[in-house]
Design a protein around this ligand. Structure first.
Ligand code: NAP
Length: 241
């Protein structure tokens, strides 16, 4: 029976790179998207084994419907990758309550919804792996990204606590906290800022979505069976703890 993974936010960037890698390795992949239907359908069409599934992870009803659809198609979910996320760069004093709430709804409550949706099946099978995307900013904090930093720090706390709670059920929970990765999320950065970020990175380059996908694939594999409750940061040396 092929292994199965549900990846949220897989219509582009890190999620799409992960979907392609898992599919190439023979996994059945449920690639979630919220708005980018065309991109998600193109991804699914390009790789047999990828199923595009729509849901806004911030919406409990949509997540439950999506999970049912994936379970109907695949029978079970071995791995959940909570990758869907949104960012915002703004002075803290200018952030509106609506913006703050949406950022937390997608980046934190979305993780809560998806974990709650897949865990009953994983607990029944006494196996499963959950990987949650945090960020270096969730570890160090970033100026003008207070809401994002706070949300990504919450994902770290959620992951550590959940790892303790579901470890006895044979389920691992880890956080992947990337550094600056060259995706649409950073498309608004100007050349000077990008050059500055490269300069601050000991390896001298921005990360590629595939750099993160490779780590996710390792953490989803049996080679990572004894790793849980950890925050692992592919960041080119930008943050060293
Ligand atoms: P991206 O290119 O902007 O892609 C974001 C993905 O999330 C898209 O597929 C988008 O799908 C999906 N998404 C957004 N809101 C959603 C929602 N409500 N429900 C379901 N899907 C939703 O971002 P990325 O750079 O690949 O980032 C992926 C993850 O890594 C995020 O959690 C991000 O915070 C984290 N991360 C990124 C970086 C970086 O430098 N890029 C660094 C550290 C951490 P639709 O277009 O269909 O809405």
């Amino acid at each position: 029976m092929p292994s199965t993974v549900l990846i949220t936010g897989a219509s582009r960037g890190i999620g799409a790179a992960a979907a392609r890698l898992f599919a190439q390795k023979g996994w059945q992949v449920a690639a979630n998207y919220c708005q980018s239907e065309k991109e998600a359908r193109a991804l699914a069409a390009s790789h047999p084994g990828i199923l595009a599934v729509q849901a806004d992870v911030a919406d409990r009803g949509q997540v439950d419907r999506m999970t049912k659809e994936v379970l109907h198609q695949f029978g079970h979910i071995d791995v959940l990758i909570n990758n869907a996320g949104i960012a915002q760069q703004k002075l803290f004093t200018d952030v509106t309550e609506t913006e703050w709430e949406r950022l937390f709804s997608v980046n934190v409550t979305g993780v809560f919804h998806c974990c709650q949706a897949v865990l009953p099946g994983m607990i029944r099978r006494q196996r499963g792996k959950i990987l949650n995307l945090s960020s270096i900013w969730g570890m160090t904090g970033a100026s003008c990204e207070v809401a994002y930093s706070a949300a990504k720090a919450a994902v770290i706390g959620l992951s550590k606590a959940l790892a303790k709670e579901v470890g006895p059920s044979g389920i691992t929970v880890n956080c992947v906290a990337p550094g600056v990765i060259d995706t649409q999320m950073n498309a608004a950065l100007d050349d000077e800022t990008r050059a500055g970020l490269r300069e601050e990175t000991p390896l001298g380059v921005l990360g590629k979505p595939e750099d993160v996908a490779n780590l996710l694939f390792f953490l989803a594999s049996e080679q990572a069976d004894f790793i849980t409750g950890q925050v692992i940061s592919p960041n080119g040396g930008f943050v060293i703890v």
